[in-house]
Design a protein around this ligand. Structure first.
Ligand SMILES: NC(=O)c1ccc[n+]([C@@H]2O[C@H](COP(=O)([O-])OP(=O)(O)OC[C@H]3O[C@@H](n4cnc5c(N)ncnc54)[C@H](OP(=O)(O)O)[C@@H]3O)[C@@H](O)[C@H]2O)c1
Length: 252
C-alpha cells in the first residue's frame, strides 16, 4: 500500500526538530529527515510504529548541501501520497553580536543560507514534486521566531533571517499554488541546545542574556516535546494556514 502522508523535517538531530520527527511517526507516514548529525532513535521509533523513515546528513548552511538535499528529495519522494508536509525547522541563532562586531561574512552567509535559503529551496522542491498530483494536500510550516517580528540587540542576523522567512511565506501564500497552506510560526522559548548557546553569550554581544538566564532558572521554557505536540496538532487542524504569521502560543 502506498504511503498516505509524506513529511519532510529539517534539523531532526536534536531540539524541536527531533521532537517533531519522533511524534510525527505513525503507520501512515513516511518521514524524510535532514540534519548534519544523526538521530538513531528515529529508525527505532519508526520500526515500532510501522512508519518509514529516510534520513540524509547534509549541511543546509551551504548551497551544495542544500542542493544535495533537493536532489535526494526529488529522487526519493513518493508521488502519490494524499498529504505532503514540509517543516523547515533547522536554524541557527549565530552569529550573535551587535552591529559593529558583525564582521564574520562567512558566518552571516551560513545563517542566511540555513535559516532562509535552504527553506526557500526546499519549498520549491516540495511544490515541484507534488504539482502534478491533483489529490495532494500540501502544508508547509516555516519555523520562525518572535525575533523576526521585534528587534533584539545582538540578534541582527538572526532577526533578519526570521523576518525574511516571514516575508517569503507571505509571498508564497499570495501566489497561485493549488492545495497549499503555509505558515511561518514562532514556536516560543524552548529548552533546546539553541537556548544553551544563547545563555552562554557575553552581555556585550547580547545584552538580553540575563533575561534568558532568568527564564531558564525559573523553568519558564517549554519542552521540545510539549512544543512539538502543540505544533503538530495545529499543523493537522483546519485552522492551519488561516493566520500566515502565527505563534504557537495562540493554540495552547
Ligand atoms: N529554542 C528556542 O527557544 C527557539 C525560539 C524561537 C525559534 N526557534 C527556532 O526553532 C527552530 C529549532 O530550534 P532549536 O531550538 O530546536 O535549535 P537547536 O537545538 O539548535 O537544533 C537545531 C537543529 O537544526 C539542525 N541544524 C543546525 N545547523 C544545520 C545545518 N547547517 N544543516 C542542517 N541542519 C542544521 C541541527 O542539527 P545538526 O547540528 O546535527 O545539523 C539541529 O537538529 C530554529 O529554526 C529556531 O530558530 C527556537
Amino acid at each position: 500500500m502506498s504511503t498516505q502522508r509524506v513529511v519532510i523535517i529539517t534539523g531532526t538531530s536534536k531540539g524541536l526538530g527531533a521532537a517533531l520527527a519522533q511524534q510525527v511517526l505513525d503507520a501512515d507516514t513516511t518521514l524524510f529527515s535532514i540534519a548534519r548529525g544523526t538521530n538513531p532513535s528515529l529508525a527505532a521509533t519508526a520500526a515500532e510504529r510501522g512508519a518509514i523513515v529516510h534520513s540524509l546528513q547534509a549541511d543546509l548552511s551551504s548551497a551544495e548541501g542544500t542542493r544535495q538535499a533537493q536532489e535526494w528529495l526529488q529522487h526519493a519522494l513518493p508521488r502519490t501520497a494524499q498529504q505532503y508536509w514540509l517543516i523547515n525547522n533547522a536554524g541557527t541563532v549565530e552569529p550573535i553580536a551587535q552591529a559593529n562586531q558583525l564582521n564574520d561574512a562567512q558566518a552571516i552567509q551560513h545563517a542566511l543560507q540555513l535559516n532562509v535559503g535552504s527553506a526557500i529551496a526546499l519549498c520549491a522542491t516540495l511544490l515541484a514534486a507534488t504539482d502534478a498530483n491533483p489529490h495532494a494536500e500540501r502544508r508547509i510550516l516555516n519555523i520562525s521566531s518572535g525575533a523576526g517580528r521585534r528587534s533584539v540587540a545582538g540578534w541582527g542576523v538572526y532577526g533578519a533571517t526570521k523576518a525574511a522567512l516571514d516575508f517569503y511565506t507571505q509571498t508564497m501564500a499570495m501566489e497561485n499554488h493549488p492545495r497549499l497552506r503555509c505558515v511561518s510560526l514562532a514556536p516560543g522559548v524552548i529548552d533546546s541546545p539553541m537556548q544553551s548557546v544563547i545563555r552562554q553569550q557575553h552581555a556585550d554581544d547580547f545584552p538580553d542574556v540575563q533575561r534568558f538566564l532568568n527564564l531558564h532558572a525559573e523553568q519558564q521554557l517549554s519542552s521540545p516535546d510539549e512544543t512539538a505536540a502543540n505544533i503538530l496538532r495545529h499543523m493537522g487542524s483546519d485552522a492551519f494556514g488561516s493566520t500566515l504569521l502565527d505563534d504557537i502560543r495562540r493554540y495552547l
